[in-house]
Design a protein around this ligand. Structure first.
Ligand SMILES: Cc1ncc(COP(=O)(O)O)c(C=O)c1O
Length: 391
């Protein structure tokens, strides 16, 4: 039997790592430092020679097991875990950019990613253009001599805008620029950006990848080992490694990713169809609906979808009534947890986005974002129905 050919659902449950003391689950190495056998052993490890660990900011066995599991899932040369999704984002972009470089960023991104590029990047001399990356032509038109990177979210938060990874990656390759993809809305179970040509694939694992809503974390995966080494070196000096306890929880969470994603996907589609047919809802942005603008590209590049999407109510007042009238769904930010979460992007997750960019991407005050959980879906639909009836 070829163990390398196992299905990912089996591989995630049987990682090829020997567990200390025959422990069934891999232990939490809750240790900041590691003891050397001799001065030569310590010196060798610092030179990158020999077996062993030095200090947990440089690498920790529990975190490394998690990284290996993600590497196999993404088909990457290497993966690196961080203390947050934002840690993964700045560590996957800044090490490859310097003062005077130009970055093309999607015009629809998570609010803090927008502030990272809008506020912080220019302070380091990096120029940023926010472009509608669902149009490859717009990406080409925005290109400058000094463009070194394209950064996209697909499907993007919160309007689910879909960008064509294959076409953008081909153009980046021609221009010798990097393509970085945030696939948080889907998880690598359904979307594998590296296979489609991207250089770096990253996730907020706070969301679907961990799924239980008990860890804030991020992970980035690289197609080539040079990029991996560059990010690893940046992480060592900027210090945003994931904690061992969090890695333990993320290993546990990742083991059920296939099971969770399949239920999330089916539940999300059912809720999207229910909302689409409801008279109080103006528009639903869900990549699996045929009415959705990016549907064709979505079904071409994704094997399935997550359960986070947005929809527009008639007015801000009715959106507010809906959010406050729900009895089961929780009014909270974040997404991809086992239970259903609902929020108001314009005043919450995307409050930091400048007004012109909100307008450009159709992020209105009437927009509501929902992350459908794995509950018995009839209960969630009944909850939405009773709240919508009062709007
Ligand atoms: C698409 C996306 N990327 C990145 C992040 C940042 O992740 P974290 O909150 O884990 O830092 C978020 C957070 O909501 C997100 O929605």
């Amino acid at each position: 039997m070829d163990l390398l050919q196992l299905d990912i659902q089996t591989k995630l449950l049987h990682p090829h790592t020997s567990h200390p003391l025959n422990s069934h689950t891999f232990p939490i190495f809750q240790s900041s430092t590691f003891i050397f056998d001799s001065t030569q052993h310590g010196a060798d490890l610092f030179m990158g020679k020999g077996e062993g660990h030095i200090y947990s900011r440089l690498g920790n066995p529990t975190v490394e097991l998690y990284e290996e599991m993600v590497r196999d899932l993404e088909g990457a040369a290497g993966s690196l875990a961080f203390g947050s999704g934002m840690g993964a984002i700045n560590s996957s972009t800044f090490p490859f950019l310097k003062s005077g470089d130009h970055l093309i960023a999607g015009d629809t991104l998570y609010g803090c990613t927008v502030s990272l590029f809008e506020y912080w990047a220019p302070r380091f001399g990096i120029q940023v253009s926010f472009i509608d990356t669902s149009s490859v032509e717009d990406v080409k038109k925005a290109w400058k001599e000094n463009t070194k990177m394209v950064y996209i979210e697909t499907p993007a938060n919160p309007t689910c805008k879909v960008s064509d990874i294959v076409s953008i990656a081909a153009f980046c390759k021609e221009k010798k620029a990097k393509l970085v993809v945030d696939g948080t809305f889907t998880s690598p179970y359904y979307l594998k950006p590296l296979e489609l040509g991207a250089d770096i694939s990253l996730h907020s694992i706070t969301k679907y990848m961990n799924g239980h809503g008990d860890v804030v974390g991020g992970v980035t995966s690289c197609k080539n080992i040079e990029d991996y080494n560059q990010i690893k070196s940046f992480r060592k000096d900027f210090g945003s490694l994931m904690a061992p306890m969090d890695a333990f929880l993320c290993i546990r969470g990742l083991k059920t990713l296939p099971l969770r994603m399949e239920v999330h996907m089916q539940n999300g589609i059912k809720v999207a169809k229910f909302l689409e047919s409801h008279p109080k809802v103006k528009k639903v942005n869900h990549p699996w609906l045929e009415s959705f603008k990016g549907h064709e590209i979505a079904i071409k590049q994704m094997k399935g979808c997550g359960s986070t999407f947005s929809f527009e109510m008639e007015s801000f007042e009715s959106a507010k009534k809906l959010l406050e009238g729900l009895k089961i769904c929780s009014l909270a930010v974040s997404l991809g947890t086992l239970d259903t979460l609902i929020e108001h992007p314009a005043s919450m997750t995307h409050a930091a986005v400048p007004e012109d960019l909100m307008k450009k991407q159709g992020l209105t005050r009437e927009l509501v974002r929902i992350s459908v959980g794995v509950e018995k879906i009839d209960d969630i639909i009944a909850d939405l129905k009773q709240a919508l009836d009062k709007c």
